[in-house]
Design a protein around this ligand. Structure first.
Ligand code: ATP
Ligand code: MG
Length: 246
């Protein structure tokens, strides 16, 4: 069964068409990476799938469940890491994680040990018991990423995972993403880091001005663009799509 099916998804903010006619199907064990210029509609797309922005049109089906009709059941399968990590200032990282676990009704015995291992791997260390107001951007991002290991979601949505992360943590995050993929999870990642996209994507999408112009693996996009270099592929395909519209 597909983890995610998106049909004719659209979002209009007043008179701005942020996302338009987007169709997509993602399977278990797939890492889909969405690329596109600033303002192309990546975050809006992720937020709609996460159930945080209501679509103007279209359907989102998560593991066979229509998000609009059964939001709670559908969202139980989703893990979402936003591009601007937010934790209440007066909570420590650990309190934040416990709070989220409470929302998902997960017993402490079922996550404490597992979480401790991820805190260690991500280099959170003793920061976990500090108030989050003292956290750097990267530290917040890491703690928020740990939510993904609480309720074991099948569909993982991550907006700009590398922003603020140091090189060592970026490498760990990449390893964790591959582990999740190998467990049969589906990852949907938006990024501007092309080298990262090239390394992790099983399939890439290019969105421009709200329209998903191309999807395919690196070979397919190389063939379309006539280049093997990810930067050239990106520039050619985003360029072509904007000039073709005019
Ligand atoms: N809450 C909002 N109200 C009005 N317009 C919005 C809102 N959120 C997004 N937009 C508009 O929708 C369009 C798509 O924005 P979005 O944040 O999805 O782009 P993005 O591809 O994530 O860009 P970036 O690479 O800069 O993160 C932009 O024109 C943006 O101004
Ligand atoms: Mg964005």
């Amino acid at each position: 069964m597909s983890t995610l099916i998106v049909r004719n998804l659209g979002k209009t903010f007043r008179n701005v068409s942020a996302v338009n006619g987007l169709d997509l199907e993602l399977r278990p064990g797939e890492i889909f990476v969405l690329l596109g210029p600033n303002g192309a509609g990546k975050t809006t797309t992720l937020k709609m799938i996460a159930g945080l922005v209501h679509p103007s049109e279209g359907d989102i089906i998560i593991k066979g469940i229509n998000l609009n009709e059964h939001p709670i059941a559908a969202k139980a399968h989703i893990g979402y890491v936003p591009d601007e990590p937010f934790i209440y200032n007066k909570l420590t990282g650990r309190e934040f994680i416990n709070f989220i676990a409470g929302i998902y009704r997960i017993e402490k015995d079922h996550f404490e040990e597992r979480m401790a291992a991820y805190f260690k791997r991500l280099g959170i260390g003793e920061w976990i018991d500090e108030f989050s107001e003292k956290y750097s951007h990267g530290m917040k991002q890491k703690v928020i990423m740990c939510q993904l290991f609480l309720h074991n979601p099948d569909l993982i949505l991550i907006d700009e995972p590398l922003v603020g992360l140091d090189p060592k943590t970026s490498k760990t995050v990449r390893e964790i993403f591959f582990e999740l993929r190998d467990q049969g999870k589906t990852l949907f990642i938006c990024t501007h880091t092309l080298s990262f996209a090239r390394e992790i994507a099983s399939r890439l999408g290019i969105i421009s001005e709200g329209v998903l112009k191309f999807t395919g693996d690196l070979d397919a996009l190389s063939t379309i663009s006539g280049s093997r270099d990810i930067e050239e592929i990106y520039l050619k395909l985003t360029e072509e799509s904007t000039t073709a519209d005019r």
